[in-house]
Ligand binder design. Sequence first.
Ligand code: ADP
Length: 929
Amino acid sequence: MSWDFGDWLCQHRVIVEERWLSRVQDLPAYASVTPEGNLSRWGVLFDCLLEEQIGALKEQVRMWADREVQEHGSTPPELLALAQGLSDTIRELLPEDRLWQGNARLGSLDTALAHYFAGEVERLSHEKSQLETIQEITQELGVNLDLDRMLHKTLLALMEAIGAEMGAVFLVDSAVGILTPKATVQWDDGTGVQVPLAALPSDWRLGQADHELVLKDLEAEPPATWVEMMVTPHARSLIAAPLVANGAFIGLLTVASPRLDAFDLVQAGLFHSVLSQVATAISNAEVYHLITHQAHELGQMLRHQQEQSSRNQSILASIADGVVMNSNEGKTIMVNPAAERILGLSVDELIGHDAQTLFSVFGAQGQKEASAAMETLLAASTMELHKAFKMMLEIGRRVIHAHLSPVRTERGDFLGVVTVLRDITREVEADRTKSEFVSNVSHELRTPMTAIKGYADLLHAGAVGSINETQQKFVGIIRNNADRLTALINDLLDISRVETGRVRFEPRPLQIGEVVADVVNSMAVPAQSKDLTLSYEVAGGLPELMGDRDRLNQVLTNLVGNAIRYTPVGGSLEVRAYPVEGAVRVDVTDSGIGIAPEDLGRIFERFYRADDPLVQEAAGTGLGLSITKMFVEMHGGRVWVKSEPGKGSTFTFILPMVGQEDEVETESGRSGERLVARARRVLIVDDDPDVSKLVKMHLEREGYLVFVLSRGRSVVPWVEEHQPDLILLDLILPDMEEMDGLDVLRALRQLPTTADIPVIVQSIAQDDGTAWDLKIEDYLTKPVDGETLLHSVEKALAWQGRVLIVEDDPDTLGLLSSTMRQIGFTPLVAADGYEALTLARRHRPDLILLDLWLPGMNGYETLSHLKRDAVTQTIPIVAMSAHVADADHERNRLIALGASSFLLKPFSVEDLLAEAEAALQPLAAPTSS
Ligand code: ADP
């Protein structure tokens, strides 16, 4: 029997193992294992030596080594030491003559080990190259924020690393809920693919999974629907995995191959290792994209704003009006060149300074007014007041119109105040020159007109011999035209008189019915000549009015004249006069051509005539209605029109009634039961103490508050500050060289705050008419007896027991005027805020009843205008409204705006009286000097 190495080995197994173990048990990887445990594992290597087939031996050695490495982390030197230990032990025990046979088998073991290590080296170098690929991919992902390029390059690198022929990255389009390809390589039809998100595995969609799916054979095992939808047609095997960034599913990474089972575990592992980096890179790129997009948009917005702002700047620079902007803290932040020019201050002197600097160039009064307006606007920033202030200010001899208004954003934030300045010196000047010119020319025309008319009349009457029919006719035409011209001149004179304050208004008790009858009768002939029916109706028992008969006659003549002029042949006209609450109302109705809506608002303007052929062909000046309006307003009334084109018009005016005032006065006397507006303040200016003492005594006995000044120079400042109701002025004063009575009077008339204060002149000099040009009430020649004096004073103050009622509802108006009349006030009526401001300034009433709900300028604005104007600011105002949610809150708000009190509609007559009385109280006791 021949010797066999395998048999020998089996026979000596125990001793070989014992010695082998003692040789190698100190190796680090095996220290913790028991000798028995080690032996059972190493037995595998021992068994390899029993294998005669070199191929099978290699395979067994490889399996042994793999297991040792995987399970125990054995290092190559340890594996070599184990094999060496076994070989050395066997060589020691082998009989010497069999050594060569044993060496052959042990050599095979060495060869198998060498083979194993060579394989390992190759595998590791492959792995190294793959790791390098990953590093390359990672670097690419880190530096490249251009998503398309980055994904494409990553895909190429990944495919190369794991030997895939095709690849794709799909990203979620969350707007439509699908997955679409973002980058593809060799992925046929890849670009059009759309996979609904709902088709994907739910743990993928929810971002809860990141493991890859490896499909070895797409032909053999039919894949899920979503894989079929997505995969390229030539793929046989594939790896796919979800991309998850910040816990959210953002897409899918896949590689594929036309080969069967093209990806093993190592490749799958490599695929897995890049997943999270790709996902993070995609989300970074998206954030980057978002940021660049936003930066781009912001940049565009900024450019747009810069353009807008420079356009605004050039607009501001090129407008002729001065524009100044003050911030909500009052600092000047913007000034255009026109404003610099108007104010005579440079940008540098204005920017950053407060409104005080801005307004410093105006006169003292202007500074006060403008600063007050600015302060009100700045203080009102939190309130919902949309008011604006308009005022005329003076810089030396120039007149500047200023308009201050708040600037708000669309959201209502308060940015500051914009002031628009316009130099209107020329307009003011032109207006004055025009009035003077009109007045002069009209006067100059009157003389030749008198001659023309007089001689025409003489000729017509045959006073210089008989004339034939044709001559008669021609002279008739001359007379008619002379009359028309005279009428025009008279109109112009009326207007310029009112404008320059020279009109003499002489109200007396009168019956309006008489005026109506007079006018209708006088217009009968012209009406007949056009075959018009002209009728009138006056309601019975109409009370008396206080009015200037000539003026009212003119008012009606104008209205009836227009009605005749603008009514075609055969039409009809009617005048009706009837009482309404507290007033007399007159309607002049015609069936004429009517007035177009766009003309309605303008026909009361001077020289305005409708652009209608029917109007243009009728002779006219366009002045009649403006004169009518002025005269009606002088009576404390108002006029308006209602009209329908083609059908006719009704012009209406109302005049407040006088009531029982005169009787009440004589019955109960000045200090009687009725509510007295307030004690009148009279200033005596006289250098003779005896005279002033006597006059003072007379007046005080009648309940007047009297103040005395003896020197001319002190008068104007005192009057400006104390605003007396009447001045008794001596014309000859001690400081005569500097300022005599007439100078004082002139100075008073020039200041807006003193221009309207009535003045009675007392003088030893005879009346030469000069003082009357300065709007005096009366001229008394000394010595003056007490009765004449008192009578004159009473007359001058007669129109001062006035209440201005600002109300557009006729019924309420009637109630208010009759109530106020009963307690001794003469009502003035304004239908809107503008009218109220004019009347208040002109007549300085003792009390104003102000409805807050007015057309045009509302009651709040009217109130603040009245309270800002030095002439009207001391007049007590009772505000009234029905449109109020919280009456107490409203009252406080109105009182803050300067009102004395507030009446909630509807109110009783008692309430009205109580509020009126309360409003008048504080003024009853002025300070004495
Ligand atoms: P005049 O009649 O001289 O033109 P007015 O001031 O009296 O001037 O009237 C102004 C304008 O108002 C008229 O030109 C006309 O257009 C219009 N107007 C006045 N009254 C009537 C009326 N009764 N019917 C139609 N239009 C009228």
